[in-house]
Design a protein around this ligand. Sequence first.
Ligand code: NI
Length: 162
Amino acid sequence: MAIRKIRTIGDEILAHNTKPVKKITPRTSILIGDMLDTMYEASGVGLAAPQIGVLKQIVVIDVTEEGNSPIILINPKIIELSGEQTGHEACLSVPGKSGIVTRANYAKVKAYNEHMEEIIIEGEGLLARALQHEIDHLSGILYVSKVEGDLVDTNAADAEEE
Ligand code: NI
């Protein structure tokens, strides 16, 4: 497995649509492993395939502090959203910045796992936010288009909170 280069805002691949995965090939498995390695290396809570330059519908998420509970989503579709949360959001493709985004507080997603078995993932709070954020990436949508107010420098935001 390997760390891949994370594409950053301004790279037009991040604005592209993605194609569904039809079957898991050895190459797909390597890609998923590399996505996990790349997400953990960058201390992110989620990564979508376009962020490493691959226009496929694959997302990895891990919102746990231990970083030992990866969720792998192939061809994910949001099937239910409810409630509302407003909070800071950031993205590995927009380094050093964060912004305030309002999203649903609950999300239910239908997807396939790395064995192409159908799965349902439900989440609230941070997991719901990560699901919505990562699935947006598959349609070429970055959170910056949903930010209320200005993007702020992450260090400045941290300093403010302290
Ligand atoms: Ni992102």
